[in-house]
Design a protein around this ligand. Structure first.
Ligand code: PLP
Length: 482
């Protein structure tokens, strides 16, 4: 029920102090010509309304959230406290540089840390998400080729295990995409890559470890092949949870990269933002970075603009408070903590993987990095219970489902990422639940096929929702009026 439906004329909360400045009438041209409809509700009902909504929400504060590729890890509350400091929240982006030195230092420090973690030379904090970072990086690749008059490089090579945003971003940036298949180990098929490369190759987009949770052992060979033909290597670093502090994309032969602060660097996400997808690059691409960056000169921070900047990707300096959270996170962890976070992420994923793989067949039976993928194809054949059914049944057991049906190359895929912030006990619970569900799939498949039954909304008719979307909520008042 919407707060508007709970509204009763005359109910109110008087929280505002009495106005102590003279009232001035607006000129009539600014007057509203309809009465503004605002909910009228008592404080008690208001408080209950939001508590009710809060109880319907599931997040890392409620329980485990092993949503592969999304890194739903715990976000230390201190980051929220720091991002809420008035020195960060009560500034204006048009303020003079010398009045916001602290904020410029934050931008500059995070850039330095990200460079160290990834092996890049510079970063822009402007992009607002991973996909936005991809577009930024690709436009930089385009600008690089065009500046040399090399306009025939129109193709971006992307493995078939890639995140869907990769081909979408490449298309948005005006490139054609060429898909290369994976080999039997889940890595890039080198022979097929050779065939795909040509003098029309602008670059390669690759995630390593890829979305199967596997590290491509041929990475140097792959990036060298692209360089040899004059292409640029783009690293999709949305998910750096397995490698931060251990291996650097810059050392793997990548030239430009984005990272998702809202995944790896501990900003709450999942509710639609705000996110942040900083883009980093090697020195030879720095001249194309968008907008401005903060740099220290003689003890003072100031904004500098790249010589051949591709333009503005977002207003001002990106989602600054997400940058504050990421910096707070990295400063709390320190160099050793960053490395340890990656090690635990990989250890936890392997722990769960090995506790389950006797029942759920791995898509690729190799040690995983921060996530792993099972194929439930056999279970579906035997019992009629699909990956979707298992995922929905997990809801009834009180845990968030993993990522379903992704990557696309695995049939009936379930992709788990426990993250480094879950304890052994929590993982043991999840393992037990999944083992129980496997049993139930064989004994009471009907129950699983109708799950969930304990959530506020049951199983949705996804076909109906796609064909006949109801995009506007109809309140009780409106229904009554009809
Ligand atoms: C999440 C993710 C993206 C996209 O990031 P958004 O912030 O959702 O745009 C891209 N690539 C990979 C591998 C991801 O996991």
């Amino acid at each position: 029920m919407l707060i508007f439906e709970k509204s009763r004329e005359g109910r109110e909360i008087s929280l505002l102090p009495i106005c102590d400045v003279p009232e001035v009438m607006l000129s009539p041209q600014f007057h509203r010509n309809m009465v503004l409809r605002l909910p009228e509700i008592s404080e008690n009902d208001l408080s209950r309304h939001y508590s009710e909504i809060g109880e319907k929400t599931y997040g890392v504060n409620q329980g485990a959230y092993p949503l592969g590729s999304c890194t739903m890890k715990y976000n230390p509350k201190i980051n929220e406290e720091l991002a809420g400091l008035t020195g960060f929240t009560e500034i204006h982006p048009l303020q003079k540089e010398d009045t916001v030195q602290g904020c410029l230092e934050v931008l500059s420090m995070l850039e330095k840390y990200l460079c160290e973690i990834t092996g890049m030379t510079h970063f822009t904090m402007q992009p607002a998400a991973g996909a936005h970072g991809e577009l930024t990086g690709l436009l930089m690749i385009k600008a690089f080729h065009h500046k040399r008059g090399d306009t025939k490089r129109t193709k971006i090579i992307i493995p078939d295990s890639a995140h869907g945003t990769n081909p979408a971003s490449a298309t948005m940036a005006g490139f054609e995409t060429v898909t290369v298949p994976s080999d039997k180990d889940g890595g890039v098929d080198i022979e097929k890559l050779k065939e795909a490369i040509g003098n029309d190759t602008a670059g390669l987009m690759l995630t390593n470890p890829n979305t199967l949770g596997l590290f491509d052992k041929n990475i140097m060979e792959i990036t060298n092949m692209i360089h040899d033909c004059g292409g640029i290597n783009y690293y999709d670093g949305a998910n750096l949870n397995a490698v931060m502090g251990i291996a650097r994309p810059g050392d793997m032969g990548f030239d430009v990269i984005h990272v998702n602060l809202h995944k790896t660097f501990s900003a709450p996400h999942g509710g639609g933002g705000p996110g942040s997808g900083p883009v980093g690059c090697k020195k030879f691409l720095s001249e194309f970075l968008p907008s401005v960056r903060s740099e220290e000169e003689k003890g003072k921070f100031c904004f500098v603009k790249a010589e051949n900047a591709i333009g503005e990707m977002k207003s001002f300096y990106g989602n600054f408070l997400v940058v504050v959270r990421a910096l707070a996170y990295l400063m709390t962890l320190g160099r050793e903590g960053v490395l340890q976070a990656s090690e635990y992420a990989v250890l936890n994923a392997n722990y769960m993987f090995h506790k389950l793989k006797d029942l759920y067949p791995p898509a690729y039976d190799r040690s995983c990095m921060h996530e792993f993928v099972f194929s439930l194809e056999k279970l579906k054949k035997e019992t009629g219970v699909s990956a979707l059914d298992i995922a929905k049944a997990m809801l009834d057991k009180g845990i968030h489902p993993p990522t379903m049906y992704f990557p696309l190359i695995v049939h009936e895929a379930l992709m788990f990422e426990p993250t480094e912030t879950e304890s052994k006990e929590t993982m043991d619970d999840m393992v037990q639940i999944l083992r129980d569900l496997y049993e139930e799939a064989h004994t009471t498949p009907d129950i699983l096929c109708n799950a969930p039954i304990t959530t506020s909304v049951g199983r949705l008719n996804e076909v109906e929702a796609a064909r006949n979307p109801i995009l506007r909520y109809q309140s009780n008042d409106e229904k009554g009026a009809i």
